[in-house]
Design a protein around this ligand. Sequence first.
Ligand code: PAF
Length: 288
Amino acid sequence: MQVFHSPHDARQFVSRHRASGRTVGLVPTMGALHEGHLSLARCSQQACDMTVATIFVNPTQFGAHEDLDRYPRTLEQDCQALAAENVAAVFVPDNDTIYPDGFSTYVQPPEIAKPLEGVCRPGHFRGVTTIVLKLFQILPASHAFFGQKDYQQWKVIEAMTRDLNVPIQITACPTVREQDGLALSSRNRYLSKEDRQRGLLLYQALRRTQQLAAAGTIDISELEMEMRKVLTAIGQQHAGVDKIDYATVVNAETLAPIDKLDGKAVGLIAAHLGSTRLIDNMLLEINR
Ligand code: PAF
């Protein structure tokens, strides 16, 4: 596997392969890779002739009080894991390469970035869309792969790509979970044993919502109340999550609020366990 630090060399590599008619799948990451990331590389390998990954902990998508400094950095293991998936190249720029002195141009994120994470993490999607567009410019891939776990991020990137006519096909790959249901996340490694256990409540709340929807509950306030009941562990022996940022069911395409389930909907949760914030989501099937 080739490792590139310079945008020029990375672009040449991808351009050369694209010019010879090959499809190239891009898997952007912030490192600290787990099975979820590797599943993106596998999705890409299936759909494309070759795969290129990126590893860059993007400072502009972290808020002032967020975990940029403690975000796990495991470059050596990450490169080994990508090489084992037959990833052709990885682009690992340093901060000054991406944001040199005088850098001042940012992407204005689309409307779909406004609710949910947009409210809880102001500026987050401005950082995400800016780095993702830069990566798309540096690595002119034909396809790019993101995790459905970051549901709103996927929708934001899809909208940006469409609005700005970026010639790349965006695919979201299914969330990978631990056996007990916890969605894989680089941030899971921060969780104490007790918080890891409580972290399962996000999955359980979403499953409960899915089951209620499948059984015919269509009232959104009822579904959201049930979600909160599970998250706060009302009537249970154990403790609930420490704080809920949101626990909601919205239109799966627009993320707009809805009163009743009809068409495609998604349940989304962001909650805190100690000093760690987890997000998760599930699509809801409506049984009529
Ligand atoms: O999902 C992530 O890991 C990041 O938000 C991304 C897309 C690599 C941009 O930094």
